[in-house]
Ligand binder design. Structure first.
Ligand SMILES: NC(=O)C1=CN([C@@H]2O[C@H](COP(=O)(O)OP(=O)(O)OC[C@H]3O[C@@H](n4cnc5c(N)ncnc54)[C@H](O)[C@@H]3O)[C@@H](O)[C@H]2O)C=CC1
Ligand SMILES: CCCCCC(=O)CC\C=C/C=C/C=C/[C@@H](O)[C@@H](O)CCCC(=O)O
Length: 255
């Protein structure tokens, strides 16, 4: 998909990777609807990005991805203020092993709610002109992650969901491409919060110790991966972005 001139929604974009995705899309000529459950931070980010990229190109709408009604309002406002939405980046996510229900509801539920809505609003079979959905999983969706089993399960679910819905069978019906992005480590609040909400003090201690050994990338490196995924346009594509490596697709058999 061409990025320039198109409208994108990025969930969880008040800070962290989501903010970087929004900035990168704006720099490539897209209009971006920011959204987040944290309205205070979201409005601050809106102000900063409007100053950098133009007031007509950025808007913030509060959306808790666990709530269908918020998603509907988000899509309506984005369309009204910026134009027809062609790209949805389901990015909002947490790492909370103690509250596993919330982790699943935000990480997996958020992607499913967002994707369902995108299919409803963009689907060629529903009167739309097609589009792209990118679900932000993680390399944790492809690996064994002893310090975050719930988080890893949520990300494995996103990979399976995105690759299955990204099957040509669905594209033939709705002309919506569904892809997923699997980054490795980036220093964001998610890492701090994951340690605070680890399964037990022992796991938190291990995570605290090994966190110093991870190879971290910048959020911008991950954002370049997002752009590659969108521009390559590989339906069902699952792109891994790791430090010190070129981004690569994983291709487990679909059948
Ligand atoms: N930081 C990392 O190393 C990696 C992060 N990821 C994924 O990237 C995504 C973004 O994570 P980060 O930027 O690192 O985290 P972050 O904690 O910096 O940002 C997450 C954003 O999501 C928002 N959010 C939380 N719950 C929400 C809800 N219910 N509804 C809407 N927004 C909500 C937060 O307010 C925050 O602005 C997540 O899905 C995460 O799992 C994937 C791989 C690596
Ligand atoms: C629970 C903490 C969440 C952290 C946010 C992420 O999604 C980051 C990725 C999480 C887990 C990754 C596991 C990877 C395991 C490996 O087998 C190996 O590839 C690790 C490479 C580490 C490095 O890049 O230095």
């Amino acid at each position: 998909m061409q990025i320039s001139g198109n409208v994108a929604i990025v969930t969880g974009s008040a800070r962290g990777l989501g903010r970087s995705f929004a900035e990168t899309l704006l720099a490539r000529g897209a209009k971006v609807c920011l959204s987040d459950v944290d309205a205070e931070k979201g409005l601050e980010t809106e102000k900063e990005l409007q100053a950098a990229h133009g007031a007509d190109n950025v808007v913030f709408v509060k959306c808790d991805v666990t709530k269908d009604e918020d998603y509907n309002k988000l899509w309506d406002t984005a369309t009204e203020k910026l134009g027809p939405v062609m790209l949805l980046v389901n990015n909002a996510g947490i790492g909370n092993e103690k509250n596993w229900q919330l982790t699943m509801d935000i990480n997996v539920g958020g992607c499913i709610r967002g994707t369902n809505l995108a299919l409803e609003r963009m689907g060629a079979n529903k009167g739309g002109s097609g589009g792209v959905v990118v679900n932000v999983a993680s390399i944790a969706g492809l690996k064994v992650v002893p310090f975050g089993p719930v988080y890893a399960s949520s990300k494995h679910a996103i990979v399976g969901y995105s690759r299955s819905l990204g099957h040509e069978f669905y594209y033939g019906i709705n002309k919506v491409k569904v892809q997923c992005l699997c980054p490795s480590f980036v220093q964001t609040d998610l890492l701090v919060n994951s340690k605070a909400n680890a399964f037990s003090p022992e796991v938190a201690a291990v995570l605290g110790k090994i966190a110093g050994t991870f190879k971290y990338m910048s959020a911008e490196t991950v954002s370049e991966g997002l752009i590659k995924l969108i521009e390559d346009g590989k339906n069902g594509g699952c792109l891994v972005v790791e430090a010190e490596k070129e981004p690569y697709y994983v291709e487990p058999p679909l059948a």
